[in-house]
Design a protein around this ligand. Sequence first.
Ligand code: CTP
Length: 408
Amino acid sequence: MLAGKRIVLGVTGGIAAYKAVEVSRRLVDAGAHVVPVMTAGAEHFIGRTTLSALASEPVQTSLWDEASPIPHTLLGQTADLIVVAPATARLLAAYAAGLSTDLLTNVLLATRAPVVVCPAMHTEMWEHPAVQANVATLRSRGVHIVEPEEGRLAGGDVGAGRLAAPERIVAAIEAVLSAGDDLAGLHVVVSAGGTREPIDAVRVIANRSSGKQGYAVAAEAAARGARVTLVSTVDLPVPGGVVVRTVETAAQMQAALTELAPSADVIVMAAAVADFRPVVVAAGKLKKDQGIPQIVLEPTPDILAGLGASKPAGQVLVGFAAETSDLLANAESKLQRKNLDLIVANDVAAPGVGFQHDTNAVTLVQRGGEVDTIALTDKRSIARAILTIVVGIRAASTIPNSKRSLTK
Ligand code: CTP
């Protein structure tokens, strides 16, 4: 996995910088080529000789003193992965803001390789809203964050902020490299956001869905090499490499998805589709002096059930289930009823879960009955877990029947 991979190891100025030496040693032992980059701050904590001796080549620190006139583009373009361990609050802020202040931040901005960032700092700093906002920004862009651990910090304090153990950092690097572009060549269609069903010219029936989970799935699929079409009702920043079709109502979403479905290898139906819409839409604005209107509702089409009924062979169909009770039973019945391969169920009544939050906690139920639970985490990590299961379902379905019985 790590053999032959070119990994830039960025080290910034924190007391945990000494652990970067161990990370480097483990990577080199596993066959990786480690290119060390230290910031000026890091040199207060470890000597460049130590890291140079244990990495695959000498430490670089500056944009100006190296043999190459453009070390940052060279390093950024040739890396298979960049890891920053430890990452200080300053590094997180500069990277989130796109500020190129030294060789390491230049390399981070001049790469398309996956990036793993391992923050380490005092608890107060780690929990500061500015730091957490920068971490959230980086995550939303697909940067992999290895969360710090609880433990003893410099100066004898105890709390969250200690650099993750070197083995955890190396495991995260391996996981990122193995995910790689496992969706390359596939067309992934994702729906996101709540539909809005008109009552009159100005009013709609809407729901609380923010669309963030669908956008995170789209971003993750694109990062893993898929061609991604996002059918969306909301106006969020479009992830790189994703084509968006904007719709408003369930009927419009159904039309877009019905058109896209035949060419889709994977469909992830993260949208919150209204179940009911007004039978009659008033032409103008309903006025108060006309009295209290009686709004008669009719069901909308169940888009996902329709996609399940006409699912082409080999397509993986993923639905969501927003529940407030009997999570597993309801999810399983929706999975069967709508002919899905995977259903992502969340208890939308739980704190921090589902609608409008940046975090989610889900139970993933596969057609065969396999159940995975993901505790409260950011929506990008949930997206990562969903797509990893999708890749597994595709791999299992391409094993010829004769072999499948042998592998049991
Ligand atoms: N869905 C859909 N079309 C609808 C309603 C739901 O495609 N008219 C999809 C959602 O996008 C989601 C899945 O079906 O992927 C389950 O949606 P959910 O609202 O949890 O369940 P419903 O089928 O609407 O059932 P209920 O309202 O009884 O929970």
